[in-house]
Design a protein around this ligand. Structure first.
Ligand code: ADP
Ligand code: MG
Length: 139
């Protein structure tokens, strides 16, 4: 199943993600792909909105991962600075991937596609103008 949407600003991208979040189940993984500034973190902010997470979601680039509590836990990973897949185990982050409870959103998922479980929702973001993004959601 594939859905392609053009969003006209961060708010529309967040609403699209919030809508997706409401239909996710425990153990689901959302794999985000797209160049810098296309809205991967913005999309995760929308997932957080859909899961009624009150905290502000920040870019986890310097942390590798963070967990937020909402109607389901949201594990937010960023593989941008990951050097090798084993590093996830070294820092104990492999536990965040299924079958652990909650939703796991992974930025830069294409860097280590083997880490992403089968059945993940893939979200591809592309620049399509200053405030416009092409968002492809594939499951
Ligand atoms: N349609 C849009 N969807 C998402 N972000 C947008 C859009 N239009 C402009 N932006 C801006 O693009 C930037 C995306 O940043 P961010 O979500 O951190 O991207 P990434 O995590 O992919 O590097 C934000 O400054 C956001 O306000
Ligand atoms: Mg980001």
């Amino acid at each position: 199943m594939e859905r392609v949407v053009i969003t006209e600003g961060p708010e529309e991208t967040m609403e699209l993600a919030a809508d997706l979040a409401r239909r996710l189940r425990d153990g689901d993984v959302v794999a985000l792909v797209g160049p810098l500034g296309t809205g991967k973190t913005t999309f995760v902010k929308g997932l957080a909105r859909g899961l009624f997470i009150p905290e502000e979601v920040l870019s986890p680039s310097f942390l590798l991962a963070r967990t937020y509590l909402g109607t389901k836990p949201l594990h937010h990973l960023d593989l941008y600075r990951l050097r090798h897949p084993g590093e996830l185990r070294e820092v104990g982050l492999d536990e965040l991937l299924p079958p652990e409870r909650g939703v796991t959103a992974v930025e830069w998922a294409d860097r280590f596609p083997d880490l992403i479980p089968k059945g993940a929702v893939w979200v591809f973001l592309e620049h399509a103008g200053q405030n416009r993004r092409k968002v492809t959601i594939r499951r």
